[in-house]
Design a binder for this molecule. Structure first.
Ligand SMILES: C[S@@+](CC[C@H](N)C(=O)[O-])C[C@H]1O[C@@H](n2cnc3c(N)ncnc32)[C@H](O)[C@@H]1O
Length: 208
């Protein structure tokens, strides 16, 4: 699949239904995928690193999966924190429909699939998990991340995974330069998992 397609609002690729199994020590899922969404043939290794190495999500509050695709992160968060509301956000309507279907099939009633303009998304987030769309370009990616990271509640954290050859280390430096405390939590097979903490410094400059 060409890179331009996975973040199309309405992919035109002919449907090609597939399945991806997500087997973690605590969660087993069998998810539907399709052409026109990100990594439809296998669980992306970056996503796998995030699911393996990020700490357990908070038990309650609004958790955001920024760029949910067919839903592997959103569904695992929802299974790990049944008392939380998981907001699964994407611009790709085919991906969102798959995410909703996957959550329903797994009995995860706490997943809400939304597009970016949805006003129901809470202003303050208890955490963000993302394999972000780096291929949208650096400027668009930075705007996207700034907008959502500034919605972290005081004390909340984000977990972002990115490939080193797609700019994970420069993303790390950019985030730190913008005032977010950033820690590299894990690295595997060319992927970096970054923990981004709520920034009190930014909250003073950009209040909600
Ligand atoms: C790298 S993929 C990750 C998908 C999924 N979370 C996974 O791990 O398989 C990034 C996702 O971000 C979505 N995306 C692109 N631009 C976006 C935006 N402005 N807001 C929300 N999601 C966006 C893409 O459509 C894509 O599904």
């Amino acid at each position: 699949m060409t890179a331009e397609h996975y973040f199309s609002a309405r992919p035109r690729a002919p449907h090609r239904p597939g399945r991806v199994r997500v087997i973690l020590p605590d969660v087993h899922l069998d998810l539907a995928t399709d052409a026109g969404v990100f990594s439809p043939g296998r669980l992306d290794p970056g996503t796998r690193l995030l699911l393996d190495a990020a700490p357990p999500p908070p038990a309650s509050g609004a958790l955001l999966d920024l760029g949910c695709g067919y839903g592997p992160i959103a569904c695992v968060l929802a299974a790990r924190s049944p008392g939380a509301a998981v907001w699964a956000l994407d611009v790709n309507t085919r991906a969102l429909a798959l995410c909703a279907r996957n959550a329903a099939a797994a009995g995860l009633a706490n997943v809400r699939c939304v597009t970016p303009g949805d006003r129901a998304i809470p202003a303050q987030l208890a955490g963000i998990w993302s394999n972000p769309p780096v291929r949208v370009g650096k400027q668009a990616l930075h705007q996207l991340l700034s907008a959502w990271l500034d919605r972290l509640a005081p004390g909340a954290r984000a977990y972002l995974v990115a490939a080193r050859n797609l700019g994970a280390d420069s993303l790390h430096r950019w985030l730190a330069g913008q005032g977010w405390p950033v820690t590299r939590l894990a690295a595997r097979s060319g992927y970096r998992l970054l923990q981004v903490d709520f920034s009190a410094e930014r909250a003073v400059v950009t209040p909600p």
